[in-house]
Unconditional design. Structure first.
Length: 200
C-alpha cells in the first residue's frame, strides 16, 4: 500500500522512478547530490516507492528519550561520533548479522558545498564485501532512484572515476551547493599501494 501511494505521489509531482536495484540483498546505497532540505522527503518517497526498508546512521544522542525507539524502528543506527575508531568495522559486523541490509549514506555528508566527498561509504562496502548502489535525485530531469551498481575493487581512485562518470549529468536542486566529486586531499599524495592498504 505504502509503495503504491508513494509511486502515485511522485507521479503527481512529476517525478520519474529509476529502479535498477542490485540483485544482492545487502548493499550500501550512496545518495547524491544533497543540496537542499527537499532531498529528504523526495528521497524517502523514492525509497518507499521502490519498496526499500533502509538503515541510516545517526548521532547517538538522537536516540535518547522517547523518540529513540521510533528512530530505531525507522532503520536508525546510533553512532557515537566522539569515538573515531572502529566505525567501519562495527557497521561491517552489522552486515554479517543480517540477512538483508541497505545502508543509505549521503555522499557529501552535508547539503552545503564541499570540495570532496566522504569515503566512509566506500570502505564500509569494501569491509562488508557488499556492492554500492548509486542512487540519485536529478532535479534537471525530475528522475530519482538507483541507476547503477558498483562492486568496489579496492582501488579507490579507479572506482571514484566510475562514480564520477555516473553522476556527471545529475543535478541537485541548488547546483551552487554541488561540489566536485573528488577524493580527500590525502589520496592525492598517497601511492597506489598506500591507498589500497587504507581501503582494507
Amino acid at each position: 500500500m505504502l509503495k503504491k501511494i508513494s509511486q502515485n505521489i511522485l507521479s503527481v509531482l512529476g517525478w520519474q522512478l529509476d529502479a535498477r536495484l542490485p540483485t544482492e540483498k545487502k548493499y550500501v546505497m550512496l545518495g547524491a547530490f544533497h543540496t537542499s532540505n527537499w532531498d529528504f522527503p523526495i528521497g524517502i518517497l523514492g525509497m518507499w516507492a521502490l519498496g526499500l526498508k533502509a538503515s541510516w546512521v545517526g548521532k547517538h544522542t538522537l536516540f535518547r528519550g522517547p523518540l529513540g525507539p521510533l528512530f530505531k524502528l525507522m532503520g536508525g543506527i546510533p553512532v557515537d561520533r566522539t569515538i573515531h575508531t572502529g566505525f567501519i568495522q562495527r557497521i561491517a559486523e552489522l552486515y554479517e548479522t543480517r540477512e538483508q541490509m541497505t545502508l543509505t549514506i549521503a555522499a557529501e555528508g552535508t547539503r552545503s558545498r564541499t570540495e570532496h566527498w566522504k569515503t566512509g561509504f566506500y570502505f564500509i562496502a569494501l569491509e562488508a564485501k557488499v556492492p554500492v548502489a548509486l542512487a540519485y535525485i536529478d532535479y534537471s530531469t525530475k528522475t530519482l532512484g538507483v541507476g547503477a551498481t558498483l562492486h568496489p575493487s579496492g582501488d579507490i581512485r579507479k572506482d571514484f572515476e566510475i562514480i564520477r562518470d555516473f553522476y556527471k549529468d545529475k543535478q541537485g536542486l541548488r547546483p551552487e551547493n554541488q561540489g566536485p566529486i573528488s577524493l580527500p586531499p590525502k589520496y592525492e599524495t598517497e601511492s597506489d599501494q598506500d591507498a589500497t592498504r587504507t581501503a582494507v
